[in-house]
Design a protein around this ligand. Structure first.
Ligand SMILES: Cc1cc2nc3c(=O)[nH]c(=O)nc-3n(C[C@H](O)[C@H](O)[C@H](O)COP(=O)(O)OP(=O)(O)OC[C@H]3O[C@@H](n4cnc5c(N)ncnc54)[C@H](O)[C@@H]3O)c2cc1C
Length: 311
């Protein structure tokens, strides 16, 4: 029997990315972490950071807990990244439950600590999922206001959120696009998308923004499933569309983490391969402070250790 020569999808993506970027090394990647709650979890996070650092991400971002609950821990994690690694950190910041003065102080402290990139967000309502959002009476009301505030404090690079399946508070796509445009007009330079399952959600968003004449880049936020019940909960809160086929693949696997890990690598790898084939050159990974799936998917995209890590 003669072997049939075929280009596999992952190989096609790898070759296309290498050709487009003029080098082997795949697309650009960035990673999101959350600030750890205990010394033990901090140790685990740092092991993850050390494993991902050699991939030379464009930046790594650290989230900000609801209502500023992780303010000090976020600051400590970001400062440690500045001091102890070769990485460029981005600090998330929200408007919820804080006056402008308090938020401005946090931004000044970041600038003084050497942080030059802020991810400016509104934040979720204090009442939790389903509660109505009420701006703080003396605070920044929405993310666009926070972007403008950040740019007044210092020449920060500012990234903002964008939603492949539309934010639940946006009644229409026009509202969603107008809001993203306000954030860009206020001084943001990039949108990072919420996670999504269906590549078409992101690709349609990209088309909608292009049709509206918005040229600021948007980066897909990629979240490999590491616990399907948690994933479903987050999807419900964020209005993320989870197709039936995807739910059927993961349903019941929370009791079988080994299989779930393999399935998550396959489904997320395929999602990223499709996006890369559609010309996407930047990927933002919601690592959930774990390295293995992010490393696996980066490999499939052709992203490997690119330089010596600063000791
Ligand atoms: C990449 C990324 C990172 C995130 N990181 C964090 C984090 O670290 N901490 C955290 O708590 N949350 C985080 N979130 C979640 C985010 O805070 C929530 O999704 C929140 O509900 C909306 O934030 P936003 O910045 O998109 O808000 P905005 O851009 O302000 O928009 C929120 C909604 O309000 C509407 N709106 C905007 N302006 C007005 C106005 N003037 N009047 C009426 N309606 C208006 C918009 O149309 C939209 O529907 C993140 C989300 C993403 C995608």
């Amino acid at each position: 029997m003669t072997a049939v020569q075929k280009t596999q999808p992952v190989q096609a993506v790898f070759d296309a990315a290498a050709a487009r970027l003029g080098r082997v090394g795949g697309p650009r990647v960035s990673f999101e972490f959350f600030p750890p709650k205990s010394d033990k979890l901090e140790e685990q996070l740092w092991a993850v950071i050390r494993r991902l650092e050699p991939l030379a991400p464009s930046f790594v971002s650290v989230t900000y807990g609801a209502g500023g609950s992780t303010r000090d821990r976020t600051h400590r994690t970001v400062s440690r990244i500045v001091e102890e690694t070769s990485l460029t950190p981005a600090a998330h910041l929200t408007c919820v439950a804080a006056s402008r003065g308090e938020v401005d102080d946090v931004m000044r402290a970041y600038w003084d600590a050497g942080v030059r990139h802020i991810v400016a967000l509104r934040g979720d309502p204090q009442g939790g999922a389903g509660a109505a959002y009420e701006p703080h009476p003396d605070g920044y009301a929405y993310a666009a206001d926070l972007v403008a505030g950040a740019r007044k404090i210092a020449p920060f690079e500012v990234s903002v959120a964008v939603y492949a399946d539309k934010h639940p508070d946006s009644a229409t796509w026009q509202t969603e696009i107008d809001n993203f445009k306000r954030k860009i007009d206020a001084g943001a330079t990039r949108g990072i998308s919420n996670f999504f399952v269906d590549a078409d959600s992101f690709l349609r968003l990209r088309d909608r923004l292009a049709d509206a004449g918005i040229t600021a880049p948007i980066v897909p936020g990629v979240m490999p499933v590491s616990n399907f019940n948690g994933f479903k909960r987050m999807a419900a809160v964020g209005g993320v569309y989870v197709p039936d086929w995807f739910a059927a693949i993961f349903e019941g696997l929370d009791d079988d983490p080994e299989t779930r890990l393999l399935v998550a690598a396959a489904t997320t790898g395929e999602l990223c391969a499709r996006l890369a084939a559609e010309g996407v050159e930047d990927f933002h990974f919601y690592t959930l402070n774990r390295a293995e799936l992010t490393l696996a998917i980066c490999r499939m995209l052709g992203v490997k250790a690119q330089k010596e890590v600063a000791q």
